[in-house]
Design a protein around this ligand. Structure first.
Ligand code: NAD
Length: 259
């Protein structure tokens, strides 16, 4: 049967790199972004991942194309790209919507990788029990209002939302696992994409993070796509429910610098 892999955020950065990395993984590649990406050898689909109807329509379209093999969910926005509400809406609500919508398509061998962030590790130590409870159910009524009250600036919203992405992938790994599917996430550090460059230009702390990265450079989108490709491949057939940090040692380096 024809197999299908789906890449969201395929129009730019790491999503685009995942398209190239995943070409041999499935017969059909579906490239998704706000505007339908025009990439050779892929089916381009326009979908705002924060729109429940659009995400349901995407999953239905994928189901009609063949057996669901893989999802790389790279669509997301950073703190300088939207206010706290939009950050929660795209990064966390969108991730939950996508994981839920694709769950019905899961067959043995299906796998997903979501995109968290090294920011999740920087923010996680400051999360209290109420925030943990909040992010455990991003589709609850009134979630966005309560999330913005808990993290009003877009930087903390991003950190909390990305912890939420790790949690959402973990929960989904339990549900998908019952159908023979796997779910993991990757946490990029500073990566040389339009988003990464925008954050570096607009947030002075990013310079410290770059300076603190032991490998002394930005990561490349292809280096993250390589981790995604591995996690989605059958080589990772017993790896599920984890987050893989791809940060060139940045968290270790910045922690060492502050001691
Ligand atoms: P990017 O901005 O280069 O690409 C993101 C893509 O997502 C864009 O094509 C954009 O149009 C799309 N997108 C945004 N909102 C969308 C929506 N509502 N629906 C559908 N598509 C949407 O970013 P990137 O650097 O490739 O980031 C990919 C992922 O990695 C994001 O989730 C981001 O938060 C995460 N991340 C990035 C970095 C970094 O340094 N670049 C670090 C940590 C985590």
């Amino acid at each position: 049967m024809t197999t299908v892999a789906v890449i969201t955020g395929a129009g730019s950065g790491m999503g685009r790199a995942c398209v190239d990395r995943l070409r041999d993984l499935a017969d059909v590649l579906v490239a998704v972004d706000l505007a339908a990406p025009d990439i050779d050898g892929t089916v381009g689909v326009a979908c705002d991942v924060s729109d429940p109807d659009a995400v349901e329509a995407l999953a239905a379209r994928v189901g009609g194309l063949g057996a669901f093999r893989a999802l790389a969910h790279a669509a997301g926005i950073s703190p300088t790209m939207g206010d706290a509400r939009r950050v929660f809406e795209v990064d966390l609500v969108g991730t939950q919507l996508v994981l839920d919508a694709f769950e019905d398509l899961v067959v043995p061998g299906s796998a997903a990788v979501c995109f968290s962030s090294s920011a999740a590790y920087q923010f996680a130590p400051y999360i209290d029990a109420a925030q943990e409870a909040l992010i455990s159910d991003p589709l609850a009524a009134g979630f966005l209002d309560r999330a913005v009250a808990a993290a009003p600036d877009s930087g903390s919203a991003y950190g909390l939302a990305k912890v939420g992405v790790i949690r959402a992938a973990g929960r989904a790994s339990v549900r998908w696992g019952r159908r023979g599917g796997r779910v993991n996430s990757v946490a990029p550090g500073l990566i040389d994409t339009p988003m990464g460059r925008q954050e570096l230009a607009q947030q002075p702390v990013m310079q410290d993070m770059l300076a603190g990265t032991p490998l002394g450079r930005f990561g490349q989108a292809e280096e993250v796509a390589e981790a995604v490709g591995f996690l989605l491949s059958d080589l990772a057939s017993f790896i599920s429910g984890i987050d893989v940090l791809v940060d060139g040692g940045m968290l270790q380096g910045t922690a060492a610098a502050s001691r």
